[in-house]
Write a protein that binds this ligand. Sequence first.
Ligand code: 7PM
Length: 289
Amino acid sequence: MRSDTEVCGSIDCAGKSLDLSSPKVMGILNVTPDSFSDGGVFFERGKVSLDRVLGQAEAMTAAGASILDVGGESTRPGAAPVSEAEELDRVIPVIEAISQRFDTIVSVDSSTASVMREAVVAGAGLINDVRALRRDGALVAARDTELPVCLMHMSDEPTTMQNNPQYQDVVAEVRVFLSDRLADCVKAGIAEHLILLDPGFGFGKTAAHNYALLAHLEDIVSIGRPVLAGLSRKSMIAAEIHRNLDERLPASLALATLAAAKGARIIRAHDVKETADAMAMVAAMEREL
Ligand code: 7PM
């Protein structure tokens, strides 16, 4: 490597190594009956079908996912809140089944302390929390698991976050939020090398806010922790080109490629194979930096 641009090393995810020297794909596995783009596909007569989930996990692993993100709470704007018991019921058996059968790292997409605690026992290797460990007990629970944690920026709660989001300077405010949360987590006993950061595209932001965050993603990368970006099929695409959810793949790949070129190391995506191909192009370019 010719330049001295910062590169990320590897992170230990409960015994599985996640190499972030090139951008990696996190496949989305929503086990919710009402998710925004793949709602209910794993449900059969009101219950999660493990067979269907395992089929998708296998397909995503074969397609090049390094991580499978299992979530039981729909965070789409206006989604109904889920009870703790329901969330445990949806995600724990899925995490257990996937981690028994595949080497892929499983992340638990949750803000709930008990879900984090049970997820690590079930085999999860990463915690992905859209509330950045701000719920009661979550910080301590995450610390106790000793798993890597992704802290995401979200102003407000999913139910109300899209009601007139306002910032003086969205990039600066998201940067301050994430560096403050990073400091709080380190103070609470989470090792700094276990923390990942995410600007939270689509969470309490207008399309212009989202594009500003993408344009200045370097300002989030420069905090010094690996950055995760979730852009797949999001409404910032529709704001420009008015495509339905099932027509947003080319734009999603463009956004994923831009984010990775600006230093994001994990791309959260629905379409794993296509996104992995795009990330291979970024990796090939980065080899010559
Ligand atoms: C509206 C906003 C609808 C967001 C659906 C979503 C992220 C995440 C989700 C993300 C991390 C979706 C989402 N998005 N976790 N969970 N980063 N870390 O597209 O951007 O599935 S939910």
